[in-house]
Design a protein. Sequence first.
Length: 99
Amino acid sequence: MYGPRDHGHWTGSRLELSHLFLKAGRRYRVLRDFTDFDGDVHVKGETWTFLGSSFLPYDDGLSLFVSLDGRREWQIRMQVRPEAQGPVLDRLSDYIADA
């Protein structure tokens, strides 16, 4: 997970304002631990506001942009491949829900 960055660092760019059930501006809670592309573990109970997402097809890279504190921004990098975070992303609602 990269960050924190000042407000507008990523949200000032062209982000998708939703990903599956995730909607920008809404709070979410981690239901089950998962590890992102950078090896950071997101533990059960972690909460954040979803800011948007972006997808890089050449690396199957999906970034989720969130705010943990309502002021700064973080990037959660994921890779949509079976050997990476694909299984988590395929069942994202088992891992993340409305807070």
